[in-house]
Ligand binder design. Sequence first.
Ligand code: FAD
Length: 569
Amino acid sequence: MTRRMDMRKKIIIVGGVAGGASAAARLRRLDEECEIILLEKGPYVSFANCGLPYYIGGVIEDRDQLFVQTAERMMQRFAMDIRVRHEVLQVLPEKKSVVIFDHQNQVQYEETYDSLVLSPGSKPLQPAIKGLTESQNIFTVWTVPDVDQIKAYLDKYKSQHAVVIGGGFIGLEMAENFHHLGLKVTIIEMAEQVMAPLDYEMAMLVHHHLLSKDVQLYLNNAVQFFEPIQNKNKTKIHLQSGSVLEGDIIVLCIGVKPNTDFLKESGIDLNVRGGIKVNKHMETSVPDIYAVGDAVEVTDFITKMPAMIPLAGPANKQGRIVANQIMGRTEAYEGTQGTSIVKVFNQTVATTGANEKTLKQYQIPYSISLTESNSHANYYPGATPMIMKLLFSPKDGKILGAQIVGEDGVDKRIDVIATALRWGATVEDLEQLELAYAPPYGAAKDPVNMAGYVANNIYKGDVIPAFYHEIQDLDPVKTLILDIREKDERNLGYIIGSLHIPLGQLRQKINQLPRNKEIIIYCRSGARSYLACLILMQNEFENVRNLLGGYEFYQVINKTKKELRGTIH
Ligand code: FAD
């Protein structure tokens, strides 16, 4: 339905990619009459920035595929005035106008608006590290011109060793794509783990996978300074730990900051990071000015705290909400839950909602379940395991967050949980979900159902979980660790000091177990040990816990810790 306005409304949009293009298209769909001017400082609108790493890696071969829309096509289809290479330098709310610099013609001019939509996005952080600007082989990955430069550099200098600084999702995508091109890859990360949305133990699964692909990892390690090596197209990277490595090509992926310098004098409220403050309707503190995307401060859906979460989905949704709002359809943005997914070589890593670190920070009570399930029926070829960590409220069982690492089927499971979380579902609701099943696709008890069963057992107190990190500090006088796996499994490795009684013999040998000690039981993944817990509890053992994730998870973390110690200097 077209909503006609009394007057022809003039709307200026700053930024022509995710949020801006989305708002523009929706505005036109809602109102055939309004005047839409889209100002974009770069050379392209509506390009697929999320595809840039894959273009560098050659997975996306055709550069044209990066352009979801060209300015010409968009102008034709949506009858709007698109001005690329036009940068907004200032917003003047008292005059309801913006000051624009036309880079093409090198002229400055002013344009008035009835409504102004700000979607200027963010830009990669480039700290003032010595040697950064002097090195010709250090790049960021943000725009099409950025990747054009990287590709040209790779072609010209036939780089052998890529160093990725920053282990966030863009850094990991770059690592994979450099590797795909045959380069040796090193990742340097200041934190103790890559992928900040994951909790440490889940990130260890990613470290393990990266190491298995011969990616060198320098964790807990920041760059101190760069030293370009003259005439060798290389740069020495000096780390705070004292290590020095040489990179042929270096990409900086250490985070972003909002593109809001041009708003500093505008009177629009910004937060300390420069993020634009908006209400639920994406209205800024200044009338008739709206803002969306990476540049805005949103409300975290779980913690209800202000947050900056730069993701394409929220930017697009907010763009649509703003268009609706401008056209008189009141709509609210209820917050960002940070649902995200990344491919790391053969692994898929996905998260939604809050992680344990965040819940701790805001003192939100939580319980944890950890499950290993196969991507589809075990007996159908090609099933691969996925590890799912679920965080939920011990008060009412509501889902607070999830993290999944696996090879296959991770995407649909995270989306199911993200949807459940958005509608306030509990762990019991996850048990009840009826999900599509046939052997090639899933299991009659889907990994999401399984996570629900296990979490609900914990929620109801049917079983008490133990965690991998507790094991090393246990006092053997107070706690017995019980391995209930089969002999051949134990022969391949076990937790030092654990007593071995295979599950099949547990009932017969139950009297060998001490009643005055806590007993932590483990199997390979946590499923059989749950059964063993129930046997002991029903035989009136009072202090019994199940090791979440089992031996498999415990030993991957420990093995990876050792490997990392071996690689870090
Ligand atoms: P953008 O889409 O960045 O658009 C902002 C535009 O505003 C820019 O083109 C900029 O040139 C322009 N601009 C800025 N200031 C001015 C000014 N003063 N005047 C005129 N124009 C201006 N998100 C995901 O959810 N999943 C992914 O897989 C994913 N992968 C990514 C991979 C890469 C390499 C990158 C760079 C980003 C990725 N993102 C991903 C993030 C996602 O692209 C952003 O969250 C999203 O584009 C933000 O939308 P936006 O409209 O706020 O900003």
